[in-house]
Design a protein around this ligand. Structure first.
Ligand SMILES: [Zn+2]
Length: 72
């Protein structure tokens, strides 16, 4: 069941290590200064780019939690 994808970051052709939903990743890309070359439903990231994105993903999730947790 192993499919080979390559990283969806523009200019990067490394083999993908992880896949994410487009929605999840699209809002993070500008923050890490990357752009995506594909517009599919799934976004594939190589190890290197995954590491960059992972930090932002964590931040994002924290922010969402805070937003949901506070009674504005
Ligand atoms: Zn990459």
């Amino acid at each position: 069941m192993k499919q080979t994808h390559s990283c969806s970051v523009e200019g990067c052709g490394n083999p993908a290590a992880r896949s994410f939903s487009q929605e999840e990743i699209a809002k993070i890309m500008p923050k890490v200064g990357l752009s995506l070359q594909s517009s599919g439903k799934k976004v594939y990231l190589c190890e290197k780019h995954y590491k960059q994105v992972k930090k932002e993903l964590k931040k994002q999730k924290k922010l969402e939690k805070i937003r949901h947790g506070l009674p504005f």
